[in-house]
Design a protein around this ligand. Structure first.
Ligand code: NAP
Length: 315
C-alpha cells in the first residue's frame, strides 16, 4: 500500500467536478482539495494540477513535489515570477489533443487553399462562377512555425494532401516530406516560402509577438496566417494592417491576446478573418486526470517524469 498524498486542484471552482470525479476513480490513495472551495494547509500539498494558477500561489506550497499542467502550453505557469523552479512542471501531451489540433489546421488550410470564403460570397450573391479552378496542393507551400508534438502531426496530415511543407524549430528536424528550417537565422527564408503560415509555437520570451508587421512583410503576397498557438504570438493590429493593405489574403485565429475576445475587437467583423473561441482542441478531463495520476505513480516509484518543461527554454 502506498502512502496517501494530497493534490491541489487549481481550476475555477465551478469546473472542479470535471477532474475530481475521475481523480477519485483513478487514485484511491490521493486526497484532492480544490483551491477556493476546500480548506487546506499549504504545507501538506504534495502535487498540484491546474492551468493558470494565480501568481505566487505555488510558491506557498512548501512540500510541493510536482506540478501538472492541464494544457499543452505552460505559459500560464511561467508568467509567475515566483514559480518554484525546483519543482518539476509536467505539461499535457496527448494523442487525441494533437489529432484535434491537426484536424483544425488541415480544415483551415484547405478552406484557404480552396478559396472557400470566396465561394461562400458567390453563394450569398447567387453567382454561378466556374472560372476559378482549384489550385494544386503541390503549388501551395505551407510553413509550420513550431514543429513539435502538434506541429509534427499537422505536417503528417497535410503531407497526405501533397502540400509543399516546411517546419521552423529551434533544432533541425528530419521529417519525411518536410523541409527543416532552424533558428532565427533561417526564419526569413522559411517565411519567404510560406503561402500558408501555421503558428504552433509555445509562448515564450523568444516567441512573443513573433507574428508581427516584419514577419508578415517577409511572407509572399497573398499569404494566409493561421494562429492556433497562443494569442501572445500575434500583434493583432499588425495583422489587421497587413490584411487591409492587401499583402495578406486572410487569417484564421483560435487564440487571442485577451480571452474572451472583447466585443469591441475589430477582429470579430474583419472580412478576411475567420475566428473561433479557443476551441481548436479541448482536452478530455479524464485523460488529463489519468496523466496526472500516472505521473504521480512514476514520481512515487522514483521513475523519471515524462514531458517535463525545461525552464531555461521556457517550454
Ligand atoms: P511542443 O511540442 O513543445 O513544440 C514546440 C515547437 O516549437 C518545437 O518544435 C520547438 O523547437 C519550437 N520552438 C520553441 N521555441 C522556439 C524558438 N524560439 N524558435 C524556434 N522554434 C521554437 O509544443 P506543442 O505541444 O506542439 O504545442 C504547440 C502550441 O500549441 C503551444 O503554444 C500550445 O499552447 C498550443 N495549443 C493550442 C491549443 C488550442 O486549442 N488552440 C491546444 C493545444 C495546444 P524544438 O523542436 O527544436 O524544441
Amino acid at each position: 500500500m502506498t502512502a496517501r498524498s494530497k493534490l491541489l486542484l487549481a481550476v475555477p471552482v465551478t469546473w472542479a467536478g470535471l477532474w475530481t470525479t475521475p481523480l477519485a476513480e483513478l487514485a484511491s490513495d490521493l486526497d484532492v482539495v480544490v483551491q477556493g472551495r476546500d480548506e487546506y494547509d499549504p504545507k501538506t500539498i504534495d502535487y498540484a494540477l491546474g492551468f493558470r494558477p494565480e501568481p505566487g500561489m505555488l510558491a506557498t506550497l512548501s512540500s510541493l513535489k510536482v506540478v501538472f499542467s492541464l494544457g499543452a502550453g505552460v505559459d500560464g505557469f511561467l508568467i509567475d515570477p515566483n514559480y518554484p523552479k525546483h519543482v518539476p512542471l509536467v505539461r499535457f501531451v496527448d494523442h487525441q489533443l494533437s489529432r484535434e489540433m491537426a484536424q483544425y489546421c488541415v480544415m483551415h488550410t484547405l478552406i484557404h487553399h480552396r478559396q472557400q470564403r470566396m465561394f461562400d460570397q458567390f453563394q450569398r450573391e447567387k453567382k454561378w462562377r466556374q472560372s476559378v479552378p482549384p489550385r494544386r496542393t503541390e503549388d501551395t507551400r505551407v510553413g509550420i512555425l513550431g514543429i513539435g508534438e502538434i506541429g509534427t502531426m499537422v505536417a503528417e496530415r497535410l503531407r497526405d494532401h501533397d502540400f509543399r511543407l516546411a517546419g521552423w524549430s529551434r533544432t533541425r528536424k528530419a521529417i519525411d516530406g518536410v523541409e527543416s528550417f532552424a533558428g532565427h537565422g533561417e526564419l526569413a527564408k522559411f517565411l519567404g516560402r510560406s503561402d500558408i503560415l501555421i503558428c504552433l509555437l509555445p509562448l515564450t520570451a523568444d516567441t512573443r509577438h513573433i507574428l508581427n508587421a516584419k514577419t508578415f512583410a517577409q511572407l509572399p503576397k497573398d499569404a494566409v496566417v493561421i494562429n492556433v498557438a497562443r494569442g501572445g504570438h500575434l500583434k493583432e493590429d499588425d495583422l489587421i494592417a497587413a490584411l487591409d493593405s492587401g499583402h495578406l489574403a486572410g487569417a484564421t485565429l483560435d487564440v487571442f491576446e485577451t480571452e474572451p475576445l472583447p466585443e469591441s475587437s475589430a477582429l470579430w467583423s474583419h472580412p478576411k478573418i475567420m475566428l473561433t473561441p479557443h476551441v481548436a482542441a479541448i482536452s478530455d478531463p479524464r485523460v488529463m486526470a489519468k496523466n496526472a495520476v500516472d505521473g504521480i505513480a512514476r514520481h512515487k516509484a522514483g521513475k523519471p517524469l515524462e514531458n517535463v518543461v525545461d525552464f531555461a527554454r521556457g517550454y
